[in-house]
Write a protein that binds this ligand. Structure first.
Ligand SMILES: NC(=O)c1ccc[n+]([C@@H]2O[C@H](COP(=O)([O-])OP(=O)(O)OC[C@H]3O[C@@H](n4cnc5c(N)ncnc54)[C@H](OP(=O)(O)O)[C@@H]3O)[C@@H](O)[C@H]2O)c1
Length: 296
């Protein structure tokens, strides 16, 4: 193992779940020497067959190279896996989905152990990894020097986007996008439930949803322009008072069709709070600051 530590192209990867294994396969396919470790050793076997070196424990894996990646269940499992492991002089890139606060604390933890730290937020599912045309990318933030040094290797499994030196910012944008995705899935789920007992076939609902949601997406750009200007009322096409009236119709329709309103109500409640605070003439972007627990 010691001779490997001089090889700057060696990738050390801890965590061979669905995502970690996909990253490992991409590096192996690109010709990188790869050392892997996984808590359940059997998950390393297919990668060993593809040329990976398998370490007996996390310390042995970390000793094999300078660039050390973790792709584990959560931030706590990163801490427990690397507990007592010598990280002096290592560049630790944590691909585990974490909160921004966890990533910042992990960066401090790594610095106390003599390692540079980069947090990663993967915007892909495993089959997209190692497929350049899939659109997969990963946000990275933390040590700019460490990212620059390893950008070539980090760009192999997915495109690599550096989000700045705040170790929490990769997690922040990752989780912002995932949160928006959950909202979209909530809407899709409600739409299918509403049409479930009707003559409209699911395939048609799917086609309509894809077109409609794509047509609505530019609203994100309009939100950004209003948040930057602070003007939530000029040239508003669908103000909140109108949207809230429309929401009453959505709720009555759900009642008629025997569909729970649980996925609709939170957004409607937010609109009603903003209208009660005098924001009925605003665009939907006016809701953003209403959602903050402290005023922006
Ligand atoms: N899959 C996706 O679509 C996707 C997309 C974006 C980001 N991610 C992120 O990538 C990370 C890994 O996801 P995954 O899909 O690979 O998950 P997974 O298939 O469930 O694998 C989890 C990995 O964490 C290990 N692990 C769990 N608890 C552990 C502990 N206490 N100590 C040491 N190792 C532990 C597992 O080891 P064992 O094999 O021993 O259980 C396994 O290697 C997660 O943070 C996830 O949010 C995943």
């Amino acid at each position: 193992m010691t001779e490997n530590s001089t090889d700057p192209s060696r990738i050390v990867l801890l965590g061979l779940g669905d995502m970690g294994a996909a990253f490992a396969r991409a590096w192996l396919a690109a010709g990188h020497p790869v050392t892997v470790w996984n808590r359940t050793a059997s998950r390393a076997e297919p990668l060993a067959a593809q040329g990976a070196d398998v370490a007996a424990d996390p310390a042995a894996a970390v000793a094999a190279g300078r660039l050390v990646l973790t792709c584990l269940f959560d931030d706590a499992s990163v801490g427990s896996t690397l507990e007592g492991v010598d990280l002096t002089g290592k560049d630790l890139v944590d691909l585990t989905t974490s909160t921004p606060g966890e990533a910042r604390a992990r960066a401090e933890w790594a610095a106390e152990r003599g390692a540079r730290f980069v947090s990663g937020g993967i915007m892909a599912v495993p089959p997209m990894v190692g497929v350049p045309e899939s659109g997969a990318y990963t946000f990275y933030s933390g040590s700019a020097e460490a990212f620059a040094e390893h950008e070539g290797a980090l760009s192999v499994p997915t495109d690599a986007r550096f989000q700045g030196e705040d170790p929490g910012s990769a997690s922040l944008v990752d989780i912002a996008l995932l949160s928006a995705m959950n909202g979209m899935f909530a809407g899709i789920t409600h739409a299918f439930a509403l049409t479930r007992r009707s003559q409209v076939p699911p395939a048609q609902v799917a086609e309509l949803l894809q077109g409609w949601l794509a047509a609505m997406l530019p609203a994100a750009g309009e939100f950004a322009a209003r948040l930057e200007s602070g003007d939530f009322t000029t040239g508003v096409v669908s103000n909140l008072a109108m949207q809230a009236r429309g929401e009453e119709t959505l709720l009555r329709a759900a009642g008629e069709e025997g569909v729970s309103t649980e996925l609709l109500l939170p957004y409607g409640d937010l609109m009603r709070r903003q209208i009660a605070a005098g924001g009925g003439d605003q665009d939907g972007a006016g809701l953003v600051d209403r959602l903050l627990k402290e005023p922006a």
